[in-house]
Design a protein around this ligand. Structure first.
Ligand code: MLT
Length: 265
């Protein structure tokens, strides 16, 4: 398994394929880079793909100090990782929390971004309700571990039909959430502290694809439509048979949308 040490943190990453433009895949909360397996397999004939485990997830280091985590820090760590891999510019694709990191990456390292893919994500920061919910989730994980929170989150991340008809996919998603409690608590802290990215949307001048699952109840198609309207020249793809984890629930449609986008760059 490949690892690189960046800014004192050992990060694990997955990679596949070869060819330009390289595609960087940033995972959702509270999953790890394994969620991109279908993209790593399905697009490796077309481009080089790199999917890191953000700090606190998968096989990357998971420091106990919650203040060691921020969305800006994730973006800087990923920028340092692609430096070490010798990648000057990448297509940055992030799903949900990965999208928050992609927007921070754009803000902090825009010369390194050849295009953006924003999947099931939003530019707005947390409001008071979300902040309170995340603080309660941090307490829950600190006191009881992650299993109860994983059960609660799974309900909203996947479509009702997936829960009813595809139990193996629900179990796959549960497995991808088997991450250290410190990573959960740190990522919740990072998301609580993330800045408002809406003012950045006007200035995005690289090709951008906005993707969303039609049944996404966390970042709805209306939220995606709003991103699409605010990012000049962006494309929008709404994927049927998918909720929030659209790349897991509709991997083929997700890959078709990505491949078309890459072909047109
Ligand atoms: C995610 O899928 O990454 C989360 O839903 C993001 C969030 O909790 O805001």
């Amino acid at each position: 398994m490949p690892y690189l040490t960046v800014e004192g943190t050992r990060l694990h990453y997955r990679e596949a394929g070869s060819g330009d433009p390289p595609l960087l895949l940033l995972h959702a909360f509270p999953l790890h880079s394994g969620m991109w397996q279908a993209q790593l397999a399905g697009l490796s004939d077309r481009v080089r793909l790199v999917a890191p485990d953000l700090k606190g997830f998968g096989a990357s280091d998971a420091p106990d100090d919650r203040d060691a985590y921020s969305v800006a820090g994730y973006a800087d760590e990923v920028a340092a990782l692609i430096d070490q891999l010798g990648l000057a510019r990448v297509v940055v694709a992030g799903l949900s929390m990965g999208g928050y990191v992609a927007l921070a990456f754009w803000r902090r390292h825009r010369a390194r971004v050849s295009a953006l893919v924003l999947a099931d994500t939003r530019a707005e920061p947390d409001g008071p309700e979300a902040l309170e919910r995340r603080t309660n989730q941090q307490r829950q994980v600190a006191e009881e571990g992650t299993a109860g929170l994983i059960d609660q989150l799974l309900d909203g991340l996947l479509a009702e039909a997936t829960h009813r008809e595809r139990p193996e996919l629900v179990e796959q998603a549960r497995g991808l959430m088997d991450n250290p409690p410190a990573g959960f608590i740190g990522a919740l802290e990072a998301m609580k502290g993330r800045p408002d990215s809406t003012a950045d949307l006007d200035g995005i001048d690289v090709p951008t694809l906005v993707l969303v699952g039609r049944d996404d109840g966390i970042t709805s198609p209306e939220v995606a439509q709003d991103l699409h309207v605010r990012i000049a020249g962006s494309r929008l793809a709404v994927l049927p048979d998918a909720a929030h984890l659209s790349n897991l629930e509709a991997p083929e449609a997700f890959n078709v949308a990505l491949r078309r986008f890459l072909d047109d760059l």
